[in-house]
Ligand binder design. Sequence first.
Ligand SMILES: [Fe+2]
Ligand SMILES: [Fe+2]
Length: 277
Amino acid sequence: MVLSTEDIMQISLDLVGWDEVPADSGIHVRADAVETALVGIDLESPEIQLAEREGYDLVLAHHPPGGDPRVNFAPVLDRQVEFMTAHGVPEERAEAAVADLRSRMEHAGHSANYRHDPSIAEHLDQPYMNVHLAPDEIGRRRFREVADELADDATVGEFADALDEIPEIEEALTDAELRLGHRDNDLGEVAIHHAAGTNGGSEVASAYFDNGVDTVLYIHIGSGDTATLQEEYGGEGTNLVVTGHIASDAIGVNEFIDALEAEGLECDTVSGCDIGR
Ligand SMILES: [Fe+2]
Ligand SMILES: [Fe+2]
């Protein structure tokens, strides 16, 4: 079967059982017949030119480079609130924890040159799309499985070690890091806070900790947020595990690539999607 860009988007949705294209994913230049794709976490103007020069039918990126997925990214942050309330964080506290992030993402989308990369693809007639939330959801479910498979009295160290055995994390230069807490702390209740647009920073982690969650998993966090959490909680019974940004993104995208290859699409991987393949 020859895939269109819309078919490729649909395959990503089918992998997680969703009906609607998330706000952070989109087709910037569409195509009817895609047989070869250059796939990467970040594929922008230089890589679009590379793909065009080398004759790829499609440039398939993970992170939203422009267009609607960049400008109107903020709605995917609703999942931050969903994840928190599922762990017993009161709705009001969850909304408050994510208010600043919503504002920052909305401002960033509003100020970005959202035309930059898509306009280069249009100029070259190079089909171009990005698929963000669905692969991240695949990664989130994988992390959940790893947590659920551990014994009830597991430690955070054992959790980090089990995460390090995921092939992408094992192969990557980055390891699962404990930004808050000690390896021999009880793992306790684990919130997998991934596939919600971006990490929730110190405020979302605090909302979890203040409502009975012992361990939070992010795929990345800034040093300022780590410092804030260290100061507030000091690691006594509260834990933050960070799995590594690109290795973690590669987990979901790799499963997506496998599904595309099963449909006959030939994929070459760069920019982080080459990890674990
Ligand atoms: Fe991601
Ligand atoms: Fe990412």
